[in-house]
Design a protein around this ligand. Structure first.
Ligand code: CS2
Length: 492
């Protein structure tokens, strides 16, 4: 079977595949995207594709991988083309996306990527580099000067490793050449993602050259965004199913849900695609949307990931098919997360929560609990610990958050309830496993885990009531299993 490319697409007669409606050859790049994983391809690139389809413009995307060459190997032989499959219980939709013109691999030629980003034609540099890609301390938001990539980039700015290093290197060239800055658009699941990126970039630039830091402060915009679309990692089964449905092979296919949302702060220092004309929301302040999404969607996801994984559920929809876990998520949304949220006027939060639970139940989406459980040390602070602090201050109830933290602690011990090893993927995995191995009792374990300040700050371990509650919940799930802990909580 032929592989997807400009030629195969032109020859493909399937009428159920949506194809680019514009002349790809005549579109010039206007965006460099750092971290071209499945999420970018199913989300921001789709919005840009819609802009190109409806209005044209020089908004092709140059995708960049900062680590592996795998996406370049998938897309380069396909002329940058890939298929987005939208999957729900009701069926599937197929769209071939043409917005990505090429994919470069940072480590293969860092100076090429810097030069592309420094080119005046590029108006937006967007990022999906995951929480840990910001090289910051999740508890304080400050850049982590002892991060190996930051240490490396400070003395090797011509061949950086981190997204922060690339952005500063490219902006340094723009400043020297008296060129306009690009807008740096963070699209990761962090609260105030634009501020976190701005802080990291400016702290780093200031260390290299104070004048560069100042130039960036006055010339570069870092809008905050809320991004939402569930995009599980593509499997071999997904690739085979696509071949049957469309008659070509596609190494870069991404599978996602029909839902998609993008809220962007109206703060750009250069031109941008008219994303608001194709479904994005451009607003003065994204904070309320970010909080709603991070605490309700992502918080529920992490809860389901740790409890579900320990309960033997492979996917989120498997977990949601257990009535107790569905009820747990509902309680978490209504109380633990829900009571800490500011809801903008006119926003129907109950409908939003209901819709989220339906999205989690989508049986056609095989979203693995293991995938979401990754990088918990970077995710928990913004997903749950903010809400926890609010309840601790106001005397509210945070039973489900306690259970989620306890399940995460069990998970990072790297051995499941049947004694089988867990492949824990987390920048702090070794440290957290060592903490387990060195602790003889639940008390010692909780004390040691809460002492990891990058996650828990300095305040939480000083709260004796919270600490005691966490010890009790952890001891319960350690001795009786996570579902016993869930049952006990729901009865209370
Ligand atoms: C998930 C998110 O992997 C995770 O941690 O919670 O990737 C989630 O699927 C997206 O934020 C949905 O918009």
């Amino acid at each position: 079977m032929e592989r997807l490319s400009n030629l195969t697409l032109a020859a493909n007669a399937c009428s159920h595949i949506a194809k680019p409606l514009y002349d790809r050859k005549s579109v010039k790049p206007g965006i460099v995207h750092l971290g071209i994983g499945a999420f970018h391809r199913a989300h921001q690139a789709m919005y840009t594709e819609k802009v190109l389809n409806a209005f044209g413009g020089d908004w092709a995307i140059i995708g960049a991988s900062l680590r592996s060459a795998s996406v370049a190997e998938q897309l380069e032989p396909q002329d940058g083309l890939y298929t987005v499959v939208e999957r729900s219980g009701a069926g599937e939709n197929y769209q071939v996306v043409g917005a990505v013109q090429r994919v470069v691999v940072g480590p293969q030629d860092p100076s090429e990527l810097i030069a592309l980003m420094a080119d005046e034609a590029i108006k937006v540099v967007s990022l999906t580099v995951t929480e840990k890609g910001y090289c910051h301390d999740p508890a304080t938001g400050d850049i982590n000067w002892s991060h190996p990539d930051i240490k490396h980039d400070l003395v090797n700015l011509g061949a950086p490793k981190s997204a922060i290093g690339y952005i500063v290197a490219a902006l340094q060239i723009r400043k020297q050449g008296k060129l306009k800055s690009f807008t740096a658009l963070s699209c990761d699941n962090l609260p105030n993602n634009g501020h976190i990126l701005a802080k990291a970039v400016m702290q780093f630039a200031g260390k290299i050259d104070a004048a560069l830091g100042e130039w960036i402060e006055f010339n570069t915009a870092f809008p905050c965004t809320m991004i939402d679309r569930i995009v599980p990692a593509t499997t071999e089964d997904d690739k085979k199913a696509l071949e049957v449905a469309v008659g070509y092979t596609d190494a870069g296919v991404v599978v996602t849900e029909p839902f998609s949302q993008w809220v962007i702060e109206d703060k750009f220092c250069n031109d941008r695609p008219q994303w608001e004309k194709v479904g994005a929301l451009i607003v003065g302040d994204v904070t309320a949307f970010e909080h709603l999404k991070l605490r309700l969607l992502n918080g529920s996801h992490s809860l389901l990931a740790y409890c579900g994984y320990l309960a033997g559920c492979e996917t989120v929809s498997d977990a949601m098919s257990k009535p107790e876990l569905d009820a747990l998520v509902k309680q978490y949304m209504d109380n633990d997360a829900g009571k800490t949220l500011y809801v903008p006027g006119g926003f129907d939060v109950d409908a939003y929560k209901e819709e989220l639970r339906d999205r989690f139940k989508n049986p056609a989406l095989k979203h693995r609990t293991w995938q979401i459980a990754m990088d918990g040390s970077q995710k928990l602070p913004q997903r749950m610990l903010g809400a926890l602090r609010t309840h601790l201050e106001s005397g509210g109830n945070y039973d489900v958050i306690l259970l989620a933290i306890a399940a995460w602690i069990k998970y990072v011990g790297a051995v499941d309830e049947k004694g089988v090893d867990i492949d824990v993927q987390d920048p702090l995995a070794c440290q957290l496993k060592a903490v387990h191995e060195e602790s003889q009792t639940a008390e010692q374990l909780i004390e040691a885990v809460l002492s990891v300040e990058a996650i828990f700050g300095v305040d939480l371990k000083q709260d004796p009531v919270f600490k005691k509650q966490l010890i009790d919940v952890y001891s319960c799930i350690e001795s009786k299993g996570v579902m016993a802990g869930v049952g006990q909580l729901l009865k209370a």
